[in-house]
Design a protein around this ligand. Structure first.
Ligand code: MCN
Length: 782
């Protein structure tokens, strides 16, 4: 193995600049002549916008321009995903509200001034005439005829009624079931809370007619496409989008936001760069939120505990406007995952997508798959408790067997590879499952309730085969690109269409190249995030960067090796067919001739005596890799909690995760991703709740005083290990890992909490107040 190549747990190359404060985030970029934008936002959840008087603000000191919806003359902010190609209600969304505001934080006016203080002061002089309307914030009732209506062209606040699976087969299976387990589930709305707030700087160069947008994006090319083609109506070549270092996103930096359009549009109008940086309260109010489902779910079993069918009906809150990929998480990334690790012959799922007077919803770490896993794993756990079959046995009885792969589920997906018993067995052993009764008794002796919960999860990641993306309604294909460029002295630049925002791509992608080419990792640079420098790419989400983007890099390396073999053959006066390559050295079969890759690279740049009619100079290569299928990582997580029934506090005392991501490129980075994902999922299960006032539609949890984020001292050391079942269809054999923790943890934790409390269900987050109430009721019922 090449030193620091695939499999090496090396520290991250990018961390030196991050840890020494030398990263370049969007807000660090200073442009000559820059101006500052402040966005005046709606204080009402729902109101008619009768007038926006900007006259006084326009005359305020330092002010260069003030715009309201009346001034917005560009296109609406587009939605990039129309489920199944339509029909879908997708009302127009101007960058500044016109006629109505639809959530607290909706954009009403933009002030541009010499300083941010002047912009803010001037915004106070804007007189907005609102006629408040009743707000609709409740997911469960948004579709009721009596609910306040948000959009004229979306009757009943309906985005779309969607379904998947075979209804008749499912109903028939339920009719013959021996036992049916039912659950009503609220999957709580989350606010992603990336550490770096959103920031966008727009710039216009009159001489060339070119715009530049510096922005906090997970997918700069997608932003360029949407902004150029749909909003500004300019050729894509007239817009450069740069996303430098990005400080976390968790999905919230996927969408194309109105603020990005506004600063770019306004830069031409004011003739100077315009910058906008979100304050933390704006992040709470206006970053896209995640989850927010209300679900009725049922699982049908026969007398032997075999699953017969699953029936799920979900209302999914999409917020006030459709965000770029709004409906994707609630439909295809949700309904198709409802088979979990199990062979379930019939599944039927309906999803009713609704508008409400809340911030738009889009992908949030896991995006649909945590919601699906929660439904499946809570149903399975409860079915075990109700039938008296142990949760372990019930899972074993229903797992997709190891010889059934590729496995065609009842909801479209074909699982690539898996060995579910293996992760279950490993997790039970690592968690000392057999010793749990003893630990529970010991907790009881101390007056504490101890519970254990399992989650055997699956996810579909590595988004996505382009033909599937197209078939379900995405406006783009989802291949990924890589270009590998050499310099004469043997350094390598790797241009990737994905966009790291904390995942460590500069390290892991360089490891792939080091491994493939036998070049030291210090001589490899990974470049992303600039549409002028990098070929078209789709960015980072859906844990796709390694399995799709990394595969593209591996294939580009293979192409470069093929070309280099010809150069090496020329240098060593041999036939290219006789050249072998390993660990950075080309050899001629059957001889002791060899030449190092560094010499071959140099020779490719100095083709003094190349047979030019047979071989071009240079080694650079580009690949567009379109995966054949998603990858299907899986695992088994075991959580143990201790509950104090007196105070309602829940402590995670033991967390064991055995995951399978196929081949690991950097086990240390993968562990870090698991840590982050688990904490993300634990946040949803125990701490984080985004709450809007049901009457006024005000966000009640709009600051860290009200919205509880998990902290390091909430957790024990996680026990993390891996099994390795390679992905059979990508060149690395690797599956994605970035979301797994967030997908699995909520179910494992809530299975443990309900086990401790001896109740069949409680809603997330299991806050002390809720747990205390449930514990009191449970005690009273005894
Ligand atoms: N990796 C590996 N071996 C594997 C799989 C992955 O070494 N078998 C490495 C990859 O090379 C990469 C990292 O692990 O360095 C994550 O890879 P992958 O699973 O492909 O996920 P992405 O890079 O596409 O990241 C997206 C995913 C998502 S969808 C969210 S949301 C998320 C996340 O990753 N948001 C994050 N992790 C985050 N981490 C940070 N710090 N900040 C965020 O906002």
């Amino acid at each position: 193995m090449t030193e620091n190549g695939i499999g090496a747990a090396i520290t991250r190359k990018e961390d030196f600049r991050f840890l020494t404060g030398q990263g370049t985030y969007t807000d660090d970029i200073i442009r000559p002549g820059q101006t500052y934008a402040y966005i005046l936002r709606s204080e009402h959840a729902h109101a008619v916008l009768k007038g926006v008087d900007t006259a006084a603000a326009k005359g305020a000191p330092g002010v260069l321009a003030v715009y309201s919806g009346d001034d917005w003359d560009a296109g609406g902010i587009p939605c990039g995903f129309v489920v199944d190609g339509g029909p879908q209600n997708t009302p127009n969304r101007p960058a500044l509200a016109q006629g109505k505001v639809r959530y607290v934080g909706d954009l009403v006016a933009m002030v541009i001034a010499e300083t941010i203080a002047e912009a803010k002061s001037a915004a106070e002089m804007i007189n907005v005439d609102y006629d408040p309307l009743p707000a609709c914030v409740d997911t469960a009732t948004a579709h009721d005829p009596s609910a306040p209506q948000l959009h004229e062209d979306a009757p009943g606040n309906l985005v779309k009624d969607w379904q998947i699976g075979d209804k008749d087969a499912t109903d028939a299976a339920f009719a013959n079931a021996h036992h049916v387990t039912k659950l009503s589930i609220i999957n709580n709305r989350k606010i992603p809370n990336a550490i770096e707030p959103r920031c966008s700087i727009g710039e216009y160069e009159a001489g060339t007619g070119r715009y530049t947008l510096y922005t906090t994006s997970q997918n700069p090319h997608v932003t360029r496409l949407l902004l150029a083609a749909f909003v500004l109506g300019i050729p894509e070549s007239k817009l450069r989008v740069v996303s430098p270092d990005v400080g976390g996103g968790f999905g919230s930096k996927i969408p194309h936001y109105p603020e990005e359009a506004l600063v770019t549009w306004a830069a031409k109008k004011v003739g100077r760069p315009v910058r906008w940086t979100a304050e933390r309260n704006e992040s709470f109010l206006t970053d896209t939120h995640g989850r927010d489902h209300v679900t009725e779910a049922e699982l049908a079993l026969d007398a032997d505990g075999k699953f017969l069918a699953m029936r799920v009906a979900t209302i999914a809150n999409l917020g006030a406007y459709l965000s770029t990929f709004g409906m994707l998480s609630s439909t295809y990334l949700y309904g198709t995952l409802l088979s979990g690790q199990y062979a379930i012959p019939a599944i039927h799922c309906t999803v009713t997508g609704v508008f409400t007077n809340t911030a738009p919803i889009d992908a949030e770490r896991g995006a649909g798959r945590p919601e699906a896993t929660f439904v499946v794993e809570r149903l399975v756990e409860n079915a075990a408790r109700e039938t008296g079959i142990s949760p372990v046995d019930l899972r074993r009885r229903n797992f997709v067997p190891v010889d059934a792969f590729p496995y065609q589920s009842a909801v479209v997906l074909q699982y690539d590879s898996g060995d579910y018993e293996k992760t279950l067995d490993a997790a039970l052993k690592a968690a000392d499952y057999d010793g749990f009764d003893g630990r529970r008794a010991e907790s009881k002796a101390r007056g504490k309730l101890r519970g254990l919960g399992l989650s055997s999860f699956i996810e579909a990641c590595g988004l996505a085969p382009s033909n599937v993306a197209g078939a379900i309604g995405a406006g783009i294909g989802l291949y990924e690109s890589a270009e590998i460029r050499f310099a004469p002295t043997g350094t390598v630049a790797v241009y990737t269409g994905s966009q790291s925002h904390g995942q460590g791509h500069e390290t892991t992608f360089a490891q792939i190249v080091a491994d493939k080419l036998g070049i030291p990792i210090e001589r490899i640079e990974v470049i992303h995030g600039d549409t002028d420098r990098v070929q078209w790419g789709h960015g980072t989400y859906g844990s796709r960067s390694l399995s799709v983007g990394g595969s593209a890099i591996a294939l580009a390396c293979d192409k470069a090796i093929e070309k280099a073999k010809k150069v090496a053959a020329h240098l060593m006066e041999a036939s290219a067919d006789d050249i072998a390559f390993a660990d950075g050295t080309f050899t001629v079969a059957g001889t002791d001739k060899s030449t190092a890759i560094g010499d071959v690279i140099m020779a490719a740049f100095v083709p003094h005596n190349f047979p030019l009619d047979e071989m071009e100079p240079g080694l650079d290569q580009r690949t567009f890799y379109d995966p054949k299928n998603f990858t299907f990582p899986f695992g088994c997580h075991v959580c143990e909690v201790e509950v104090d029934a007196e105070t309602g506090t829940v402590e995670i005392v033991k967390y064991t995760a055995v995951d399978d991501f196929g081949k690991l490129i950097n086990p240390m980075i993968v562990e870090g991703q698991i840590h982050g994902g688990l904490v993300h999922g634990a946040g949803q299960a125990l701490y984080e709740a985004c709450v809007y006032d049901p009457e006024s539609g005000q966000l009640l949890t709009g600051s860290y005083m009200d919205y509880t984020m998990p902290r390091a001292d909430n957790f024990p050391n996680f026990d993390i290990s891996f099994t390795e079942t390679p992905c059979p269809h990508n060149p690395l054999g690797a599956k994605g890992c970035g979301e797994a923790g967030a997908i699995s943890a909520p179910a494992a934790i809530m299975n443990a909490v309900t086990d401790a409390l001896g109740v069949s269900h409680m809603d997330m987050p299991a806050t002390p107040l809720r747990v205390w109430q449930v514990a009191q009721s449970a005690a009273a019922a005894e």
